[in-house]
Design a protein around this ligand. Sequence first.
Ligand code: PMT
Length: 349
Amino acid sequence: LTGRAVMTDLVDPGQEHDIGHIRVADRADLMIVAPATANLIARLAAGMADDAVTAVALATRAPLLLAPSMNVNMWQHPLTAANVRRLIDVAGAHVVGPGDGFLACRWTGPGRLAEPADIVAAAARLRSAQDLAGRAVVITAGPTHEPIDPVRYIANRSSGKQGYAIAAAAARAGAKVTLVSGPVALATPPGVNRVDVETAREMADAVKRALPADVAIMVAAVADWRTLEAAPEKMKKRGSAPPALRLTENPDILASVAVHEKRPKLVVGFAAETEQVIDHAKEKRKRKGADWIVANDVSGDVMGGNANAVHIVSDKGVESLPEMPKDDVAAALVERIADALVKSGSRSR
Ligand code: PMT
């Protein structure tokens, strides 16, 4: 798959000549063993180096990430537990999983190899700077649904992708993340505490419950209006005239967080604009009391799409980033947030 040579045999002079286990060990930034069987864990814990994997693990100075996978009884055996403990305590190894569930051996319980996405996330956490370690971050994402009747609602096209990417990036940077999410079809990023809500008022309550926090990042596309009163039963077509919806304004979550007695040190809002993007974002920053507004032009396919081009508006001016994947926007924003917290002197890194 990688198009690179695979090292399988420690005693094959041909392979050693091509790759060399010490060269592999020296070059690695991180060593992932997936799956890590009971046998391999035992041999690693004993410091053995009699095959390619154990030899590289012993020789490398890179962090070691183990993803155990085995029968539940093997996993729960005191010898395996002691071996894992020894690898963590003596060798500083990191462990992801195992998951709990139905196993290939037909037993049920802990022993399943962690999901690939969780292994990748654990690896990313080990590789990324823990710039937000010890910080609490509350993030909103997705749309809100404002009921018209039991089956209909007012909503918008937000997919939650941008907010979820920011939650994942903040968690990777070591933050304790509460993600208050409107209805979306996305998996919870690893290490994130997700609170599901439907309406703007539920979102406002959940955000307040998540305070105090060091940072609030309000990415959700909150419906500005809701129906004055949702019909208790499904509305019927009566006569020829369509029903008139009476709307009322929703609470402004961003504005209320900005004046809250437990106001986070950094309050970041987003602005979804279709024209005069930066001017409107500047006005919104002042009106809503946010420290930063991240403005994006939603006249194209930013809502629901995978890429975004944002302008970060603060009291220092405007920083415009080129279009990039939403994951990269998230990483860039989290980096700037970590820097701002350090500069504000709220704590050193
Ligand atoms: O979810 P995706 O498909 O990935 O799309 C991402 C996005 C386009 C939704 C996102 O990048 C974005 O722009 N989010 C803000 C959407 C929005 O509602 O913008 P706004 O300009 O209407 O609101 C300004 C700010 O006030 C936002 O931080 C919003 O969360 C907040 N707000 C708005 C209304 C309200 N009642 N309460 C709020 O807190």
